[in-house]
Write a protein that binds this ligand. Structure first.
Ligand code: FAD
Length: 449
């Protein structure tokens, strides 16, 4: 008779939790998962997937406009929000079922309930107390709204995916990737957008040239209130009045707070174990994702390393394989590629110019702004930015940043080369595919002086 009810108890069936449970079960572990809200977690339900579906919807506006330059004559297209919402919901339900069936097929015990820690090897799940040899916290994050009068009138990305009607005017608070994506998306779906943020450029943490480029592109469709902040929100009947610190007053049907996310660690029973939290409530782990309590592990957004789905998946797989497959690997966070699905998209991998300077590296910068061929016949004037950082000693490409149509797709392929240690000479030796935008990346010859 085994001492524990399970070998592995996973709290949270989001990106990280489902991956860890599936891999552990496939390696022969007796696994249980608790999920209190939705299978697939943030990414599937209120994150990457519905956001990307909205982004496709938004893109049609540009496509309809572009098509005129290529000879198409269409009646003025109209957009129906309830159709998009209903189709999105059907797709999300399909994905929820797939995630649940992954667990069922792997004979993982599923508790559709909230779980909390009750001890180093004990979990309270619903009204049951169970024991496990190892416990994984894969509880993700939760949107955070700053503390100002009237904050209860603001919605977050969680609610945005279920709005019954689209407002005429929406104020978006924040300038991170989620704020920028939604500003770009909803402006194309016909909503007047005002973006309020504290700095002078959007996308803090991205390369400064990319930030400048995206801020300028965004300004074509969105009103920007830079170096400003929300002071309070008042509700007058159905309408909201947003007061900014600068004294500006904005009327809005909705205010979206995209001001950041916090680790979802409140009331998790952490007082029953020896787990350390960071000042922002994230769970502190070592390189093996183990907390100070040896039987308790954590992965994904809750550990505040890189809050992206593929990162949560990779961390989860590492934990499951180490515990039940005796394999020890480590994740290299340096060349994790990412995309921002604004228009045009941003794709990024490796160091920004600012990070390379902070590290006191000796590097060259290759940068160009081009007009994609497609735009030559389009009434729109969308440009693309390509930037590459090359280490002078090794010739290695240490950073690549693209703001261009489908940059998310482009950067994925280039990130393979960069992870493999590609040098500038490798790029230069590679013949381009003509005519494409990506060929620019193998024909960049002039260093920025
Ligand atoms: P989650 O996926 O959040 O899963 C945590 C799960 O735990 C949830 O289902 C929750 O209900 C459950 N849970 C929490 N506490 C308990 C408890 N006590 N008991 C039981 N269950 C519990 N990433 C990308 O890579 N690309 C993108 O384009 C992208 N877009 C995004 C857009 C938005 C609007 C947002 C909000 C996020 C986006 N992300 C994107 C980030 C991505 O969604 C997260 O990095 C990823 O979901 C993290 O996975 P996780 O397993 O850590 O947590």
């Amino acid at each position: 008779m085994d001492r524990f009810d399970y070998d592995f108890f996973v709290i949270g069936a989001g990106s990280g939790g489902v991956r860890a449970a599936r891999v552990a079960a496939s390696l022969g572990a007796r696994v249980a998962v608790a999920e209190e809200r939705y299978f697939g977690g943030t990414c599937v339900n209120v994150g990457c997937v519905p956001k990307k579906l909205f982004s496709y919807a938004a893109h049609f506006r540009d496509d309809f406009e572009d098509s005129r330059g290529f000879g198409w004559q269409l009646p003025e297209p109209t957009f129906d929000w309830p159709t998009l919402l209903a189709n999105k919901d059907t797709e999300i339900r399909r994905l929820n079922d797939i995630y649940k069936s992954i667990l069922d097929k792997n004979e993982v015990t599923v508790f559709e309930a909230r779980a909390t820690l009750a001890g180093p090897h004990e979990v309270q799940v619903g009204d049951k107390r169970v024991t496990a040899r190892a416990i994984l916290l894969a509880v993700g994050g939760w949107p955070w709204v700053p503390d100002y009068p009237g904050r209860e009138h603001a919605i977050t990305s969680n609610e945005l995916f279920h709005l019954p009607t689209l407002p005429k005017h929406m104020v978006i608070h924040g300038a991170g990737y989620i704020a920028v994506e939604f500003a770009s998306i909803f402006a194309r779906l016909g909503v007047e957008i005002s973006l309020v943020f504290r700095r002078d450029k959007v996308l803090r943490g991205f390369d400064a040239d990319v930030r400048q480029f995206v801020t300028t592109e965004l300004e074509r469709d969105v009103r920007l209130y830079r170096e400003d902040d929300i002071q309070k929100i008042e509700k007058n009947g159905k309408d909201l009045c947003v007061f900014l610190k600068s004294g500006t007053e904005l009327g809005a049907g909705q205010v979206l707070s995209a001001t950041g996310r916090w680790p979802h660690t409140a009331n998790l029973g952490l007082e029953h174990v020896n787990v350390r939290l960071s000042s922002s409530g994230g769970i502190c782990v070592n390189d093996a994702y183990q907390t100070d309590e040896p039987s308790v592990y954590a992965v994904g957004d809750v550990i505040e390393r890189v809050a992206l789905t593929p990162v949560a998946l990779a961390e989860a797989e590492i934990v499951a394989r180490a515990l039940f497959g005796n394999e020890n690997t480590q994740l290299d966070y340096q060349y994790v590629a990412s995309a921002v699905f604004c228009q045009p998209n941003v794709g990024s991998v490796g160091l920004t110019e600012e990070q390379a300077r902070e590290k006191e590296l000796d590097f060259d910068v290759y940068i160009s702004t081009v007009k994609p061929l497609k735009q030559s016949l389009s009434p729109r004037d969308e440009r693309a930015l390509l930037k590459m950082l090359v280490d002078r000693d090794s010739d290695r490409v240490i950073g690549l940043h693209i703001a261009a149509p489908d940059a998310g797709e482009l950067i994925q392929g280039f990130s393979v080369a960069i992870n493999a240690g590609a040098t500038k000479a490798d790029f230069d030796r590679t013949l381009g595919i003509h005519p494409t935008l990506a060929e620019e990346l193998v024909t960049m010859r002039s260093k920025r002086t």
